[in-house]
Design a protein around this ligand. Structure first.
Ligand code: ATP
Length: 347
């Protein structure tokens, strides 16, 4: 089911939680709402769900006005961060719950319920746990059950609020792939809230980057990462070096299309977009190594250039060639610089 959000505004007292937010989500798309704590992600999700009412604007489902529909009438399924499973019900009954509480006319027969629940449990590969109780499951298993439960009522829209937030990194990664697979198999539209850039970039078809109640950018993971629309998006989506008033010399050369030379500006360079050499080349920038640390396959190097700290990320192989150590004189070669003129909302 397609979702359209038109000019939504929401205030809590004087505080503006959402400010004129519009967004179109076509059927079948998996969208991530990404942003820092307090930017309004959950509020927007709750408005889509019908658990919160907007002060202004409309929510349309499949082209029809749904703004005033009750949550129960919206055909949405939810998954929350803290697996809201019923402790006194076993896994089977937890997944069956949404079907059992349907009005009598819509309620499937007992044999249909059994079949649907067992199909969903095999889909999340946990049919062997049907008789267990939530306290006897791992965190990752509980979230898979929560997903199965949300899908049991055959929602047209799946809404997830930091669904994997409480889990450790390895399980999170596994569950992201689960979410992607289930979403694709169920042919639904899904919206999930996260403040984890990697999660949004890995799982979503489109990423909605939010800041202070507004949408900063909407795009494919590649678009928002490679072509951020604002300094905020640039900084939020990954590690970055920030240089103020530096659009001259070699930085300007690399960034030549963005801002006229001489203009006050802010330059952003990702640590992996800088190479280091031990010999000077034209347009390279002199610097001194202050710190070298190997982290898995990558090597993090901190250098000082004109009194400012610059973070560089090299591959292990590159470091094996260079053999950098603290105190060494080096030359930096920025490969890609993004420049925003001052006043473009630099943070
Ligand atoms: P987080 O990642 O921390 O959950 P979020 O982006 O989901 O953040 P929201 O939960 O949507 O943010 O909240 C947006 C802002 O609105 C926050 O500043 C929050 O304190 C405020 N807010 C949310 N719900 C209420 C409420 N019921 N009453 C008052 N203020 C609220």
């Amino acid at each position: 089911m397609s979702i359209e959000i038109r000019n939504i505004a929401k205030r809590f007292g004087n505080f503006v939680a959402l400010d004129d937010v519009s967004l179109s989500i076509p059927t079948g798309e998996l969208v991530a709402l990404l942003g820092p704590s307090g930017c309004g992600k959950t509020t927007l999700l709750r408005i889509i769900a019908g658990m919160e009412t907007a002060d202004e604007g409309q929510v349309m489902f499949e082209g029809s006005e749904a703004t005033h529909l009750h949550a129960r009438e919206r055909q949405v399924g939810f998954v929350f961060q803290h697996y809201a499973l019923f402790r006194h019900m076993n896994v089977f009954e937890n997944v069956a719950f949404g079907l059992r509480v349907k009005p009598r006319k819509e309620r499937p027969s007992e044999s249909e319920i059994r079949k649907r629940v067992m199909d969903l449990l095999s889909l999340v590969q946990l049919d062997w746990l049907a008789d267990r109780y939530p306290t006897q499951l791992s965190g990752g298993q509980r979230q898979r059950i929560a997903l199965a439960r949300a899908l049991a009522v055959e929602p047209k829209v799946l809404l997830l609020d930091e669904p994997f937030g409480a889990l450790d990194t390895k399980v999170r990664k596994e569950l992201r792939r689960w979410l992607r697979r289930l979403h694709d198999e169920m042919h639904i539209s899904s919206v999930f809230v996260t403040h984890d850039q990697e999660e949004a970039l890995e799982v979503a078809d489109r990423v909605v980057v939010m800041n202070k109640g507004r949408i900063e950018q909407v795009g494919s993971p590649d678009e928002v990462y490679s072509n951020p629309a604002s300094p905020f998006v640039y900084q939020f989506l990954g590690n970055v070096n920030v240089f103020h008033s530096r659009v001259h010399g070699a930085w300007a050369e690399v960034a030549r299309d963005d801002v006229p030379a001489g203009q006050e500006a802010v330059a952003f360079i990702r640590p992996h977009d800088i190479d280091i050499d031990t010999v000077a080349t034209p347009e390279s920038l002199e610097a001194k190594v202050s710190y070298v640390q190997t982290i898995g396959p990558l090597v993090r190097v901190e250098v000082i250039h004109q009194g400012e700290l610059v973070e560089v990320e090299l591959t292990r192989e590159r470091q094996q060639v260079l053999g950098l150590t603290a105190g060494q004189q080096v030359w930096l070669k920025p490969r890609q610089v993004k420049v925003f003129a001052n006043g473009e909302g630099a943070v």
